[in-house]
Design a protein. Structure first.
Length: 126
């Protein structure tokens, strides 16, 4: 992505004089040209060799008023499946089961197994 730079950018600024503005303009143009040619490669190299610098620079480029929303995704479930899962979790909580969740799910699995088991035909070996 190339970001257009409008020159002269100092027109509404009282900080830069014409000569220093020309120098700043040249420096920014040189930097923009270099980034256009080598930017992606340099970013990848920094990400691989110095992740802390990569993250620091990436973070510094984010708007300061950026709102971040964290959501907890339960996987590729449909809305109906999420509702059913929440109902199951609420049922377990209401039952006041004092077991770790993994053990509760093992108990549920063991309780359901006889109802869904399919008979296996035994094969006779000669």
């Amino acid at each position: 992505m190339v970001v257009p730079i409008t020159f002269p950018f100092w027109r509404n600024s009282t900080r830069l004089t014409e000569p220093s503005a020309s120098l700043a303009e040249a420096a920014i143009k040189t930097l923009a040209d270099d980034f256009e040619k080598n930017g992606a490669e340099v970013i990848q190299k920094v990400r691989l060799t110095d992740p802390a610098t990569y993250m620091r620079v990436a973070y510094s480029l984010l708007p300061k008023d950026l709102l971040v929303t964290v959501t907890q995704d339960v996987g590729p479930l449909t809305a109906e499946e999420r509702i059913q899962l929440k109902a199951l979790l609420a049922l377990i909580e209401r039952a006041n089961v004092q077991l770790p969740p993994a053990q509760v799910f093992t108990l549920i699995e063991d309780a359901i197994r006889p109802y869904v088991a399919k008979p296996i035909e035994a094969k006779q070996f000669p």
